[in-house]
Design a protein around this ligand. Structure first.
Ligand SMILES: [Zn+2]
Length: 329
């Protein structure tokens, strides 16, 4: 049977049976996500074949990352909806959106299109979210587990509802999707007769990720320079964390850029959203520069743009000596 990957952790006052209840509930959500959605169309034989191929590509990636096991995407988790049905479900704010991932039910939703290549690219991206590590935290009531860590690195700030590491996780997801499809472009061309030029003509969801991709690439390069390895090696550690839930690779960020830098990265873009356009070039330069004084100056300017609650946590981080408090906050 197909097993969904998830992990439920429970608050202190939870009994073992309450934890089991919470796990059962998440399982129900996931099973529900595999049922047909109203308006959904049948997948074509070619789309089913793509899903099968993509799972093979994923297995290769897991092996190359030294993972003993990894998760596959199941065709029942992917729902292809005609444009109007997709729009109805996603709401008016999603007019530019061609695909989405739902973490609660662990589903991929695709807006139907004649552009097969775009469809497969977007399906690859959303599928990576679905096979990433994800966990739920049951808090006040076992019947209402909250999404604590959504998928990969991103998780919700319980108070503000902003996502931490959302931009970072999107960039990793998108970079991973592009790399997988580029690596297997010959197979994709031969099997599906598509030109594989999508990356050059990216529109929709993926064009929005280019900011974050640049940050991720510069970050991996800087860490690599610092530790005398290749950016690919750094990137692979980040990737492995996305699939396994082990966030240790994030330690490299503060090791390279200094204390407090991780909170700045975690707030990309949600906490910084109000001033994102002003902040983006600053964040890039902060990550890229090798000049300590310039970096220190930029860091203090960036910290000034944090929302108040984040600023408090940032200041606390700077005043405390121990490492890695990010997972508990
Ligand atoms: Zn995404």
């Amino acid at each position: 049977m197909f097993e969904q990957p998830f992990h439920v952790s429970a608050g202190r006052k939870f009994s073992a049976s309450e934890k089991t209840d919470a796990e059962e509930l998440v399982k129900e959500w996931h099973q529900h996500g595999q049922e047909k959605i109203e308006g959904e169309r049948e997948k074509t034989a070619e789309e089913l074949l793509f899903i099968e191929r993509f799972n093979g590509y994923l297995r290769e990636l897991y092996l190359s990352l030294g993972m003993k096991q990894g998760t596959s995407i199941d065709a029942t988790q992917i729902h292809i909806l005609p444009s109007d049905a997709y729009q109805k479900i996603r709401g008016q704010s999603a007019v530019d959106s061609c695909s989405a991932y739902g973490s609660k039910e662990n589903v991929v939703m695709m807006r139907d299109t004649d552009d097969k290549e775009a469809m497969f690219y977007n399906m690859a991206h959303e599928s990576i979210h679905a096979v990433s590590f994800h966990s739920f935290r049951a808090e006040t009531k076992p019947q209402q587990p909250k999404v604590y860590r959504m998928a990969g690195y991103s998780f919700r700030n319980p108070k503000t509802r902003d996502m931490y590491f959302r931009g970072f996780n999107e960039a990793l997801t998108e970079r991973t999707a592009r790399e997988i499809l580029r690596e297997h472009s010959e197979d994709m061309r031969a099997t599906f007769n598509i030109p594989m030029t999508y990356e050059e003509a990216i529109t929709g969801n993926q064009s929005r990720y280019s900011d974050y991709l640049q940050v991720l690439d510069e970050l991996a390069t800087h860490i690599a320079d610092n530790s005398q390895e290749t950016p690919g090696a750094v990137f692979a550690r980040f990737q492995k964390g996305m699939f396994t839930g082990n966030m240790m690779a994030l330690r490299d960020v503060e090791r390279t850029l200094g204390k407090g830098s991780l909170r700045l990265l975690a707030n990309m873009p949600d906490g910084f959203m109000a001033r994102w356009s002003e902040l983006r070039p600053k964040l890039l330069e902060f990550i890229t520069t090798k000049d300590f004084n310039v970096r220190t100056q930029l860091q203090s300017e960036l910290a000034d743009l944090l929302p108040v609650s984040e600023r408090e946590l940032y200041d606390r981080r700077l005043s405390v000596g121990f490492a890695d408090d990010t997972e508990n906050e």
